[in-house]
Design a protein around this ligand. Structure first.
Ligand code: SF4
Length: 241
């Protein structure tokens, strides 16, 4: 069994397993800390910086990013001091300068009393949380996309901005994006994502297009399934048996 540690969050005693992040310990104790880039299925990344909290440990006080900072015995955490809120507001102004329309972002901004960004930059909506890059690498296992450039021009992109050779068109990056800026569409048996067209497989029984050929081929290989395993869609496969 994991070692347990006791800490204080906003004056409440909380017990958590050693190695737990402050964010997870707080959320498990029903103490809200706003966050955008955290996802239970992915490794913590600390990208959006919204989950900043103030900690006091061994008489030393400082701000930390709670999704990547682990709990410790005797840690005193404050989730909404004036110092924390000031940093969070600045972070929110920066996030809104990248995406001023997304409902979740606007909702979190309103909670901080912010209506619009004090900055005027517009980077077409991506808030650089990195969930798409992480899901592709950590869950799908292909690492077809990544970050390019730095500073103002940092962006998520395919290698050399060309058609992504390793992409299997699974759509995980599209579904996980918290601000909905990775377009994906399907038409006439083709799924389009990352400006690339991927042919879809057609069910040999009902004739419905059901998944990208490349994705099925990838799953078939890693699971060592027979050649004809994905000839039919899920619905027809269950009636076939
Ligand atoms: S659609 Fe392509 S880039 Fe997106 S998660 Fe799947 S493999 Fe990665």
């Amino acid at each position: 069994m994991a070692d347990m540690v006791t800490l204080t969050i906003d004056g409440r005693r909380v017990t958590a397993a050693a190695g737990t992040t402050i964010l997870d310990a707080a959320l498990d104790a029903n103490i809200e800390i706003p966050n955008l880039c955290s996802n239970d299925e992915l490794h913590p990344y600390g990208a959006c910086r919204l989950c900043m909290v103030e900690i006091t440990h061994k008489k030393r006080q400082r701000l930390v990013v709670s999704c990547i900072h682990e709990v410790a015995e005797g840690l005193d955490v404050k989730t909404s001091t004036e110092r924390v809120l000031n940093v969070r507001r600045l972070v929110m102004h920066l996030l809104l300068s990248r995406n001023s329309t997304h409902p979740r972002l606007r909702e979190l901004a309103a909670e901080l009393g912010i209506e619009r960004s004090m900055f005027t930059v517009d980077f077409k909506g991506c808030i650089l949380c990195g969930q798409c890059v992480r899901v592709c690498r950590e869950v799908v296992g292909v690492a077809a996309i990544g970050f390019e450039s730095r500073g103002d021009t940092r962006a998520v992109a395919t290698p050399f901005n060309e058609a992504p050779a390793d992409c299997i068109a699974c759509g995980s990056c599209h579904y996980i994006c918290p601000v909905g800026v990775i377009p994906m569409e399907e038409q006439d048996g083709v799924r389009r994502i990352w400006k690339t067209d991927f042919p879809m497989a057609k069910c040999t029984i009902c004739g419905k297009y059901f998944a990208p050929v490349k994705q099925l081929e990838y799953f078939r290989k890693i699971a060592n399934l027979p050649e004809d395993h994905f000839d039919t869609c899920v619905d027809c496969r269950s009636t076939k048996k």
